[in-house]
Design a protein around this ligand. Sequence first.
Ligand SMILES: [Zn+2]
Length: 282
Amino acid sequence: MEKSVCCLCKKDEGILIFKKDKYSFLKCPCGIIYVNPRDTFTKLKDRYNKNEVSGIFDYLTTREDDVVNFRKRLKVIEMYSKKERPLKILDVGCNVGAFLEVVRDKNFIARGIDINKSAVEEVKKRGMNAKVGILEDEVANEKFDLIVMGDLIEHLVDPQTTLKKANNLLSNEGILFLSTPDAGSIMAKLTKKKWLHYKPKEHIYYFNRKTITKLLNRTGFSVLNIYPTGRIRSIGTIIHKISEYSPLISKLANSVTPKSLKNKSMTINNYDEIAIIAQKTN
Ligand SMILES: [Zn+2]
């Protein structure tokens, strides 16, 4: 374990709001929630590579649904990019490559990067380009029109530095796309520490619309759009997720739902995850 600070203020002035799984959650006066103490980067990296959290098996299961979802996502992003096509894209935390697959279908030039070796292998197996590592390893002589960080920022040990690096890798007026849980959402406030996204073994920073905007402004971006983003998931997966809030309801639903229905997919939006489209300003 190691000591942590607020990623925006760089100070540990947070007030303990609750404990979950033996981890303390602190809220900084600026509004950012952080886990302190937290697991070291080495420990986190090891956990991802063992597929204990955010593992490839979950993402391989939801892959087809994610592709449909990311196609919609790309349509929104494309409205904001005035760059010449094909766009040059870097997908940070690409996992098994569902977003890379979507942009490949559009003939865009894309590359992924992920800390998880087995995830990168999955991407390569499908004939796409990805490498093992973190964004800070990238050399700045290659510029991108779009950098994507889907559900990544909450996992980072130093989001401010990573965003600065993303800014550095973008061409002028390049677009950054982020998605992250919204700790300011009604769902987060109602379910408190039971909120599904409070997962201290992988999520170490929690943002809301205001704090993510502040962090982006600090790192040279202006926010063009923030909107609640949903997911497409099979009914079986949704029933499984309910167990985090109520094991009993999940068990009941599981026993009465026919298998054929469990395999059907639907869009689910709890309004507790946000997508942010930001533009490099300096
Ligand atoms: Zn702060």
